[in-house]
Design a binder for this molecule. Structure first.
Ligand SMILES: Nc1ncnc2c1ncn2[C@@H]1O[C@H](COP(=O)(O)OP(=O)(O)OP(=O)(O)O)[C@@H](O)[C@H]1O
Ligand SMILES: O=C(O)c1ccc[n+]([C@@H]2O[C@H](COP(=O)([O-])O)[C@@H](O)[C@H]2O)c1
Length: 191
């Protein structure tokens, strides 16, 4: 069985922090691969200001070009919206019986996990790995059974910061992979 980590995100846009985290998670969570599942719409976020799905996916593809164990995944593009992770995991488990899926969640998302659709079913059926994020406190002693804390350390970066710098005309290319910076410039995104 291949151990596959599901790294779901809006990726608007993908940044260096995402890739660095995935590198560390591959090592500490003992995964064979990580799929970056681009979410057409996070149930908690408003669709407003959200860049086109295919452009966000393309940037993830570009960001992962040299990462042999990471894949850009458009699985949720063909599913009803908003994208509920429970439905995604169940459908993937059916479609890929040779893989065992582990859900990877940042501390900021974990803080509201009890509001996720079918949160208890997710916990009962899939291993969950939570990783720390700057600005969100995480108490490892309160994690339920089946949920582990990955010791990735804190990794800087946020898509909000990337979008803000671009909108203000400030340099941003140090925060994203080079091919992603080229794509953003070529298409005039986030200005
Ligand atoms: N620097 C980081 N450290 C830890 N986790 C991160 C970091 N950046 C993103 N994540 C996590 O990656 C997942 C996908 O991230 P997402 O695409 O929402 O990026 P983001 O930087 O949080 O975006 P935004 O600033 O637009 O909210 C989320 O679970 C988020 O917690
Ligand atoms: O399934 C849910 O109810 C649910 C609620 C909030 C967030 N999510 C997922 O969490 C992942 C992280 O989202 P984001 O926007 O913080 O990158 C992404 O895959 C979302 O679809 C899922």
């Amino acid at each position: 069985m291949l151990q596959t980590g599901i790294f779901g995100g809006t990726f608007n846009p993908v940044h260096n922090g995402h890739v660095e985290l995935a590198r560390r998670l591959l090592a500490v969570a003992r995964l064979d691969e990580i799929w970056f599942v681009v979410s057409p719409q996070n149930p908690f976020k408003r669709a407003l200001h959200l860049l086109d799905d295919n452009m966000r996916l393309e940037m993830v593809r570009l960001a992962l070009e040299n990462e042999s164990r990471m894949t850009a995944c458009d699985y949720e593009f063909g599913m009803p919206r908003p994208s509920y992770m429970w439905h995604t995991l169940q459908a993937m488990a059916r479609d890929y019986p040779d893989r065992r899926f582990t859900l990877l969640i940042g501390a900021d998302n974990w803080a509201r996990f009890d509001e996720w659709f079918a949160a208890r079913d997710i916990l009962a059926n899939y291993p969950v790995v939570v990783y720390p994020r700057e600005g969100t406190a995480l108490d490892a002693t309160t994690l339920p059974a089946g949920v582990t804390l990955a010791d990735t350390g804190l990794v800087p970066g946020s898509s909000t910061e990337v979008r803000r710098l671009i909108a203000e005309g400030e340099p941003f290319s140090h925060l994203v992979p080079p091919r992603v910076a080229e794509f953003i410039d070529a298409h005039g995104l986030y200005r």
